[in-house]
Structure formats: C-alpha cells, structure tokens
Design a protein around this ligand. Sequence first.
Ligand SMILES: *Cc1c(COP(=O)(O)O)cnc(C)c1O
Length: 423
Amino acid sequence: MNYETVREVDPEAADALAAEVERQQDTLALIASENHVSEAVLEAQSSVLTNKYAEGYPGSRYYGGCEHADTVEQLAIDRARELWGAEYVNVQPHSGSQANMAVYLAMLEPGEKILSLDLTHGGHLSHGHPANFAGQVYEVENYEVDPEGGRLDFEAIRDHAGEFDPDMIVSGFSAYPREVDWEAFQAIADDVDAYHLSDIAHITGLVAAGVHDSPVGVADFVTGSTHKTIRSGRGGIIMADEEYGDDIDKAIIPGTQGGPLMHNVAGKAVGFEEALQPEFEAYAEQTVANAKALGAHLEKHGFSLVSGGTDNHLVLVDLRDSHPEVTGKEAEEALEEVGIVLNANTVPGETRSPFVASGIRVGTPAITTRGFDEDDAETVGHCIAEIIDNIGDDDVKGEVAEIVQELCEANPIYEDESEVLVS
Ligand SMILES: *Cc1c(COP(=O)(O)O)cnc(C)c1O
C-alpha cells in the first residue's frame, strides 16, 4: 500500500498520489460528505478483485471463478443487514447517485412524478435536477425548507404533495443540519399513495450507530453512499423490503450497470465490519458533538446558522447577516489558503448563483476520524471565524495557518504515513 510500484511505471501519477496523501494530512477536510477510510479499507479497495467480472449476484453469476467475489459480496450484504436492519440489501451501486437511479428505474415509468427537496435548499442533483437524467425522464417538482427557520415544513410538503400527486417522494438531503422525521414523510407518501425513497447518503454512519433515527422499515426504499459518515469503500447501497428485491436487482444489472466494482464491494465489507465495532458508535456520537461545538462557537462569534444549529454532522452557515459582503465562494477560497477545505453552499432563500452562494457548509466526519474532540472543533470554529472576519489580512492568515498545521500534526490520519506515502 505504498506507491513505489506505481512510481516505477509512472512517476507523474505517483507524484500526484503522494502529494494527495500529504494534502489530506496537512489540511482539514470539512467537506461534509468526505471522510478518511482506514488502511484496511484502502487495502481492500485496491485488491485484486478489481480484475474480476462478477455480473449477477452471489451464487448466480454470468461468469465463472466468482467464489471469492461471492464471499466478499455476501459479507458486505450480511453486515449491512446487521448495521441498518434492512431485509433486502444491494451493495453493487457504483455510487449513491447510481443507487437512486436504480430505484427510479425499478419503480417509475418515464413521465411519472417525483417530489423532492430543491437543490438550493439542501437537496441533491440525483433527486431530479433538470441537469440530471432524472429531471429529464421524470416530471419533478420540489418542496423547500421554511425560509425563516430553515426547517422542513411538513404542512407545506403535505399541501404540495396533495396538489402534485407524486408517484415518489424523496426525503434525505445533502445540506440539512437537522434530524429528519421519516414517519412524517411516510405519512404524506401514504396519503397520496406514493413510494417513499429516503436517501441517507450523508448520514448512513449516524443511522447505523443509532445517533440519527432510521428510515429503514419506514420508507419503501433507503439509498446511500458508502464513503461518507459510514467510512467504508467508495460507492452506493440500496435497502428495501424483500418484496422489492428482484426489481431492484434487475434495475442495477442489467438496468443501469454492468459488472460490479468488486474491489469497492470489498472496501464496503471491511468498512461495515469496522462500523459494527463498539468504537464506531463513539465515533458517530463524537462527530455530532463536534458539529455542535463548532457551530456553537461560530454562533458565539456572531455567525448565523441555518435552523439555528445542528443535530447531525454538519452546520450550514448563512453569511448574509454577519458578513453581507463576503460570498460563500470567497470564504471557501480564503479558508483553503490556510488549509481548511470546505465548500460554499446555497442557503434557503439564496439570491446568488449556486457557484458563488451566500453560505458555507462545514462537516465534522473527517476531522472526527482524525481524533478531534469538542475543544479541537471549537479551535476550528475559531480559525474559520478569524479568516472570514479578516479576509485578505496576511497576518491573520499566517496565524491561522499555523494553528491548522498544529492540529493536523497532532492528529495524523494514517499512523504510519510511510505506508501510504512514498515521496
Ligand atoms: C452525496 C449524495 C448522494 C450521492 O453521491 P455520490 O457521489 O453519487 O455517491 C446522493 N444523495 C445525497 C443526498 C447525497 O448527499
């Protein structure tokens, strides 16, 4: 698991890989969808299973030689069942977006209707944005969060559903800092006789650890990404009641995919095993505690948080009140210069373009994996506040960059960096 062998063949690629190890070590990943997987997951994901075609499912493949692929995929499935308590699990989606695509294909005819959260209010492209295939194949309308409180407004969603009469309602979000009431969505879906897809991409790990309420057994379909808070191999997952299993299986292959990325499935199996250990629950709890501490510090400093705080792994900062002259993009760029990597994000009632935006999204899954506690999270909050208060001030930049470096050095991502780093 070092890049020596790559270097012999391709020094340019080896340089970039080694530089990326250093970048991750020397910066704080506060992008809410990112995490740092273990060396065990890295090793599994770079295994020889990348060589294997295993179209089909364990015990029923189109090709021979699949006995070990079967073992690995079955491990991933069994562990996912244990983690989330689902009857049916498909671990083959190449990503969270592919997982959603397969559910749509399995359950909807072209032209049927999807009701989902607006992208600029915290939704996801794969929920039917006009630029995504789903926005072009299905008829999509969006609900919004309450522009004042920043929270889901179930009365408005119920009214919208009543008027639009959707065939599927999508819950689950990319930038929503609050606990989601899955039962409330399900009740609305029942009222209008729609399927309910709950996309827990961001919070898979929080749900597995019991730190966030679970939609499994409530919604008809639960999809997710497997590399965000759950910290396993990169990809997607679909969970459902057994009755939908055959349709979903077919919607993955041949519906939307060919051979599964078996090396990634191996990464999922290993990451799920890690998530079944008691330490993972502590990790998930700490991730939320860190987001709360970071958010509280920013609020104390005069920043506004969408919805006034957080119940999960992220805070969404609305800069319009405290720093009307600073755009999300400017904040993102200024922070990146001192080693704090996060993203500009639209806020409810956004007036700027999504690329510029008026907010930033700050997530704690990756720094918590590095070992950050609430005190460290407050220090990160302090750094963010200092930079945004003093955009362009080189002295402040220097001071904050130093604090960031100290935090990074005190919390190495990989214990033996030489194992992954050859420079
Ligand atoms: C991240 C995310 C996805 C899927 O992302 P991929 O990059 O395709 O794995 C889907 N839905 C939501 C809500 C997300 O945040």
